[in-house]
Design a binder for this molecule. Structure first.
Ligand SMILES: Nc1nc2c(ncn2[C@@H]2O[C@H](COP(=O)(O)OP(=O)(O)OP(=O)(O)O)[C@@H](O)[C@H]2O)c(=O)[nH]1
Ligand SMILES: [Mg+2]
Length: 309
């Protein structure tokens, strides 16, 4: 009997959840940046192996805050934990685990029997996996010693469920997949074998544009950007998709920064996005980008409802 499981990928902002999802799936499914809270949706990445299928649910970095956008992002992460067969908790071993990490450990604790922990960024010179292990021992109990488990009745969360990885260099990812498949329940695949994600083309295009925009700006700008696709039309032979899109920002002053002197920044965003989209799709994607001001969109319920899912 084959196996299949939904795996919720959760952790602090910038822990490397999306990078790990991409490394596990073997393709770029989710966008990545050094800016916390890059992921704003529950992105699905699919890995099909002879032993079974794992459907990863990438989630926004878990961070509690009173801001509307952050509240909604935290809800998405909590929802994914509830929906999943397995919870993959990603810890950045370069950062000391503070209150934020403790909050996530508490959040995943009830899922201890279906929990796997990835200690990520072990390639870094600042990596301290021993500190992360002692944090896990203290918050979830048991881990770090050969025999202990969180709860004798649910004996699955053991040392075997903690895997050291580097999403960046794809180290430890095979061992992680093996562990996830071990825990996966028996079941038929949810998606055809060739599927790597269920995102529709327009969403993927808007995400790649957003990634290039986040990585081309700094300070408060990356968080103020979202992308709106106005139109996408194929040419007659279906070899080129022409997409008209808006980079939406919150304030007039941000508009100038995203455009840049001599339109240098927006040009860079466009050419980098086009290059990557040409690798993803079997046709060429040509972008017509402009910048629009949407005052205070991060507090607007209608916009948040449309963007975050
Ligand atoms: N050195 C190192 N850096 C990594 C590794 N994995 C991710 N990173 C970096 O960590 C940063 C955040 O990576 P993301 O994958 O976007 O992290 P995330 O957890 O999805 O972040 P949010 O979506 O914002 O919550 C990026 O700069 C990545 O290149 C790793 O294994 N080693
Ligand atoms: Mg992410």
């Amino acid at each position: 009997m084959p196996k299949s499981a939904f795996v919720a990928v959760v952790g602090r902002p910038s822990a490397g959840k999306s990078s790990l999802l991409n490394a596990l799936c073997g393709w770029k499914v989710a966008i990545v940046s050094p800016v916390p809270q890059t992921t704003q949706n529950t992105i699905r990445g699919i890995l099909t192996k002879p032993e079974g299928q794992l459907v990863f649910l990438d989630t926004p970095g878990y961070h509690e805050s009173e801001k509307k956008l952050n509240k909604r992002l935290a809800e998405l992460a909590r929802g994914a934990i509830g929906d999943a067969d397995i919870v993959l908790y990603v810890i950045d071993v370069c950062r000391a685990p503070g209150d934020e990490e403790r909050l996530i450990a508490e959040l995943v604790k009830p899922a201890a029997s279906r929990l796997v922990v990835a200690l990520n960024k072990i390639d870094s010179k600042d990596a301290d996996p021993a500190r992360a292990l002692s944090f896990l021992h203290e918050t979830l109990g048991g881990v770090g010693t050969a025999t202990d488990t969180v709860d004798p009745a649910s004996s699955r969360f053991s040392k075997d469920s903690v895997v050291e990885v580097s999403a960046l260099f794809k180290v430890g990812t095979d061992a992680l997949v093996d562990r996830l498949l071990e825990l996966a329940p028996e079941g038929q695949p949810y998606y055809p074998e060739e599927f790597i994600t269920d995102q529709d083309p327009e969403f993927r295009i808007s995400e790649i544009i957003r990634e290039k925009a986040i990585n081309s700006t700094r300070d408060e700008i990356p968080h103020a950007i979202y992308v709106e696709i106005e139109e996408s039309v194929f040419n007659e032979t279906k070899s080129i998709l022409r997409v008209t899109a808006f980079l939406c920002v919150e304030r007039e002053s941000q508009k100038g920064i995203v455009i840049g002197k001599g339109a240098k920044v927006i040009k860079k965003i466009r050419t980098e996005a086009e290059r990557e989209l040409d690798d993803i799709f079997p046709y060429r994607v040509r972008l017509d980008l402009s910048v629009k001001v949407k005052p205070d969109w991060r507090s607007d319920d209608t916009t948040l409802k449309r963007l975050l899912f």
